[in-house]
Write a protein that binds this ligand. Structure first.
Ligand code: F6P
Length: 334
């Protein structure tokens, strides 16, 4: 696991709230549990907001107890529910949401979610002055300032589990499979899954897909006797139907790969041991950072340590794929 900072409490809170927002990720439940139990340990009342920012706007906010978060550490999804809330892009709506919290005497908010959700959290803090701490929760692992996000490890393993099975058929029938993993604008999941699955090729949204080069490489492998089956991992990208289109284009080059779209199975299932520990620690530290006087920050992971990352950085910078990892992925192809 990661090195954890020691934080001294310098301020007091009577009540805080926690919500999960955006695409769900395995490990959100242990993160909520980490927040709730740590807050209660410090004598702070905790509220759970239902359905992310939608619940904040509608005042769907309820007190959480220690018992209420029992038996959730192992469960996928989020028991608080999640949603993508386009209304929260409006400043007036964010101001109304803050008044829902103030009505209940809630003094700070912890947001568990991805890039968009944490950007919303930053704007909310800036405009309303309510202290906010973010926790990175997304299977995409594409949040600037953190090397890891809750749910990524589980999603990698879920995809691998499926690909290992697909490979049996690929091998038996001497077929190529295009396996589509999630990731609209980032290829972290695809690269990690591709390396771990021993994929023959990996296509990520950061680079244009060169169907001709892929087709040529398959033909060369076949000619050299390096194999006539394999797995090509494709990140879904922004345009729906990308993987099927690649398959159609490959057909023009004489290949007939099968397509397998893994879809939302990657977001579900029991969180891995790694994600449960990460989520529990980030949940606990989020509360401790609040008590230590921090706000407008995300609890992230950097070079093996749990650190504070200004939320503002998420709006200004974009996390890039590690070129060394890409190099390794390329070198390990046949
Ligand atoms: O951000 C997580 C994620 O699973 C992405 O990988 C994917 O592109 C997107 O969410 C799908 O979102 P939805 O389930 O809302 O269609």
């Amino acid at each position: 696991m990661y090195d954890l900072p020691t934080l001294e409490p310098i301020r007091r809170y009577k009540s805080i709230a926690v919500l999960t927002s955006g695409g769900d990720a395995p490990g959100m439940n242990p993160a909520i549990r980490g927040v709730v139990r740590t807050a209660l340990h410090h004598g702070i009342k905790v509220y759970g907001v239902q359905r992310g920012y939608s619940g904040l706007i509608n005042g769907d906010i309820h007190v959480l107890s220690s018992k209420g978060v029992s038996n959730i550490v192992q469960k996928g999804g989020t028991f608080l529910k999640s949603a993508r809330c386009s209304e929260f892009h409006q400043a007036t709506i964010r101001a109304n949401a803050a008044s829902q919290l103030r009505k209940l005497g809630i003094e700070a908010l912890i947001v568990i979610g991805g890039d968009g959700s944490l950007t919303g959290a930053h704007l909310f803090e800036e405009e309303t002055g309510l202290p906010v701490i973010g926790i990175p929760g997304t299977i995409d692992n594409d949040i600037f300032g953190t090397d890891d996000t809750i749910g990524f490890d589980t999603a990698v393993n879920t995809a691998l589990n499926a690909i290992d099975k697909i490979r049996d058929t690929a091998d038996s029938h001497e077929r190529y499979f295009l396996v589509e993993v999630m990731g609209r604008s980032s290829g972290f999941l695809a690269v990690h899954v591709g390396i771990a699955a021993g994929a023959e090729m990996i296509a990520v949204p950061e680079f244009a897909v060169d169907v001709e080069a892929i087709s040529l490489q398959l033909a060369t492998s076949k000619r050299k006797g390096l194999g006539s089956s394999g797995i090509i991992v494709v990140a879904e990208g922004n345009a729906p139907g990308l993987t099927n289109r690649i398959a159609e284009q490959m057909a023009h080059h004489g290949h007939t790969p099968y397509v397998s779209i893994l879809g939302h199975i990657q977001r579900g299932g029991h969180p891995s041991g790694h994600d449960r520990v990460l989520a529990s620690c980030l949940g606990a530290k989020a509360v401790e950072y609040l008590l230590a006087g921090y706000s407008d920050m995300m609890v992230g992971v950097n070079q093996g340590q749990v650190v504070d990352v200004p939320l503002d950085n998420l709006t200004r910078y974009r996390k890039g794929l590690d070129p060394e990892l890409l190099k390794i992925a390329l070198q390990l192809h046949k």
